[in-house]
Design a protein around this ligand. Structure first.
Ligand SMILES: Cc1ncc(COP(=O)(O)O)c(C=O)c1O
Length: 426
């Protein structure tokens, strides 16, 4: 596929850095090469020498002087090669991408970094982007600054409603036809597993229907899937990457929810023509993620193998499922009659509607915070944050069951008082 029609002017103007011409010598260095070309500092002059890191299960990761030297040095723009090899194996095992031979992967500084770079690469002002309602709030800071037109589509318990997506697309096509606009529909953003904030896992049927619409209306799918391993059922639906027969999917994975958020390691998987543009942006900004972080994640894979990694993420998933269940029990006990919610299928969040309150913002940030309880008001998860919103997001990821019970008891008081305040103001 020729991706030029999807690229922003910014991406079209970007060229590979001339330094990349040297890359082939770096990846296959000849032992006899007298190397005067690098801008690398001499790692032997760095103060750190060796390290041993103890894992929770008692195993140890040892960074000897060689590995330490590598960790302290600049790495390839696309990331530490041994880790990319593990990720290639993991991706093929989990997603069997149909176009694997034309697919490329690179490491990013968390999933958010990859997405922000993809947005810049794809969006010119006025281009169209499909987003779910509700939508992960973290994408809006970068995306909205690029001035796209949002096409928001409501979700239900199966994820984004494909019937509404179809009618939205038909309306958009008419509108575009009438105005003669040259603005394009560039992509759909989706967070299909354990969605932040709704906790929804998109069903396989929806994924297939949405992918078919992407082919019919010619748009890309940006699949942001940091909660992939935190789906609480045992059979995972196929990812969009695994359905991608046409080369329309850019997938963003992250170790933030399973290994460490602070190491800042994520990775992008997608068509060569798009991933290359992200790589050019990396070269111009961070020049590559932290080698030390990438080496540490790689050492975990060396120690555990893919199977050990998969066992670890399953344990993490089981812990979050217990916390989800405790949050649901506390909600049943204290919030029945005050809030509405769906059982989260994965992730870390409970998305609560407060039907008798017109806007949760002041209730939470002023009156809730004054009682020492903090939830996120729902308006940030929409394309119109300036409008009142009856929703709010509770996170159960770090909360013990007894704290959850206490928190929802206080929340119930806050809601009752808010309803009283509203009634008094009538
Ligand atoms: C849906 C979603 N996408 C992306 C991110 C960013 O993750 P990372 O730490 O990998 O940048 C988050 C973090 O909370 C998230 O919830």
């Amino acid at each position: 596929m020729d991706y030029t029609r999807f690229l922003s002017n910014n991406a079209k103007a970007r060229r590979p850095s001339w330094i990349t011409q040297l890359r082939r010598y770096l990846t296959n260095p000849s032992p006899d090469m007298l190397w005067l070309a690098g801008g690398h500092p001499d790692a032997s002059l760095f103060p750190l020498s060796e390290a041993t890191i103890t894992l929770k299960n008692g195993q140890e990761i040892h960074l000897n002087q060689d590995l330490m030297s590598t960790s302290l040095q600049y790495g390839p723009v696309e990331g530490y090669t041994p880790l990319l090899k593990h990720l290639s194996g993991l991706t093929q095992k989990l997603h069997s991408p149909p176009r694997w031979s034309e697919t490329r992967q690179l490491l990013t500084v968390g999933g958010q970094d990859g997405m922000a770079k993809a947005f810049v690469m794809l969006i010119d002002p006025g281009d169209y982007v499909i987003v779910p309602v509700p939508c992960y709030a973290g994408i809006f800071s970068e995306l909205t600054s690029l001035n796209p037109h949002y096409l928001p589509v409501e979700e239900d318990e199966e994820g984004m409603r494909s019937d509404l997506l179809r009618s939205t697309l038909a309306r958009w096509k008419n509108e575009i036809g009438e105005t003669g606009s040259d603005k394009r529909l560039k992509f759909m953003y989706t967070n299909p597993s354990g969605s932040n904030p709704s906790g929804t896992n998109m069903s396989e049927k929806r994924r297939r229907e949405i992918y078919a619409l992407a082919c019919e209306y010619d748009f890309l799918i940006l699949e942001d899937d940091p909660y992939y391993f935190l789906q609480f059922q045992d059979d995972f639906p196929p990812s969009f990457l695994s359905l991608d027969t046409e080369g329309r999917v850019l997938r963003f994975d992250s170790f933030s929810k399973t290994v460490s958020a602070g190491l800042r390691v994520g990775y992008v998987t997608g068509p060569e023509g798009l991933v290359e543009k992200i790589s050019q942006h990396i070269m111009a900004t961070v020049m590559g993620g932290s080698t030390m972080s990438q080496v540490l994640v790689n050492e975990l894979f060396n120690k555990w193998g893919l199977e050990g990694f998969l066992r670890h993420v399953k344990e993490v998933r089981d812990m979050y499922r217990k916390r989800r269940d405790a949050a649901l029990s506390a909600a049943e006990k204290h919030l029945t009659g005050l809030c509405e919610w769906r059982k989260p299928g994965g992730g870390m969040f409970l998305w609560l509607k407060v039907p008798k309150v017109t806007d949760t913002q002041a209730m939470l940030l002023e009156r809730g915070a004054a009682k020492n309880i903090l939830l996120v008001p729902g308006n940030g998860f929409t394309t119109r944050p300036e409008l009142p919103c009856q929703y709010m997001r509770a996170s159960y990821s770090t909360v013990q069951p007894e704290e959850m019970d206490k928190a929802f008891k206080i929340l119930a008081e806050v809601i009752r008082e808010e309803i009283q305040l509203q009634n008094n103001a009538k």
